[in-house]
Structures are given as structure tokens and as C-alpha cells.
Design a binder for this molecule. Sequence first.
Ligand code: CMP
Length: 136
Amino acid sequence: ATEETLVLIKPDGVARGLTGAILARIEAKGYSLVDIKLVEPERDLLEQHYAEHAGKPFYEPLLEFMLSGPSVAIRLAGNRVIEGFRSLAGTTDPTTAAPGTIRGDLGRDWGLKVQQNLVHGSDSPESAARELAIWF
Ligand code: CMP
């Protein structure tokens, strides 16, 4: 059935000029852009978004990275888009993400404490509803 997910093009993707390339992959796959905007998030918004990671070693570096520049927030729709976008994105670590995926083809390991891995996609229907309410 048609569902919606939150996709973020993170600050590394925007800064590297990959917004168009990433959107092209999403559109080529057949998903629909329902809403899209450039966002410079406040720390408060990111604390809500990343609540489940509070206390992990990469949490503070993650917030600093997400505060380092604008992200593109997308309300994306399609059949099984939650699972489908995560497949398109590839696994968290860009070095081992499969070729053909956004992270596998375009992502770099910068040797930092946090994976700057170009995109975010909600991991479940519950996360999608929660995250869409935070960003839109
Ligand atoms: P995202 O899907 O946005 O959710 C949490 C983010 O934290 C993740 O993408 C990565 O950017 C980062 N992250 C998750 N796990 C790790 C890890 N083990 N080491 C460093 N960064 C991570």
C-alpha cells in the first residue's frame, strides 16, 4: 500500500552539491515528492529526531554535524517507500554500503566519529509518522 516516509539529504549531501543527484535517484525509482524544503534545524528539533541515540558515543558529533549546514527534508510517498528508500540508501557505513546505492556510490568515510552518510530514511511506519511530524 502507499505509505509516506521522511527522507533527509544531510548537510554533507547538500554541501557537496549532491541534492540533484540524490533526488534524481529517488524520482527514477518512482517515488513521489509530496513536500520538500531546505531546513536549518535548531538543536531542539534534532534532539527530538535523534532521541533514541541519546547517550551513544556518536550522539554529540551527530548533532554537531546535523547543525553544520542546511538539510533537505522530503515527505516521500510510494508503495513500500519506507523499506524501498532504505534499500536505495544502502547501509549506514558508506564504505561497506553496496555499490548501486546512494551511500555505496556517493558516500565517503571521512574518518570522523560520526558517519556522514548523505541521507536519512525513517526505519518503520511508527518512525515515519513521528519524524514527519517533527520536520513538517
Ligand atoms: P541516520 O540513519 O540518520 O541515524 C543515526 C545516524 O547516526 C546515522 O544515520 C549515522 O549518521 C550515525 N551513526 C549511526 N551509527 C553510527 C556509528 N556506529 N558510528 C558513527 N555514526 C553512526
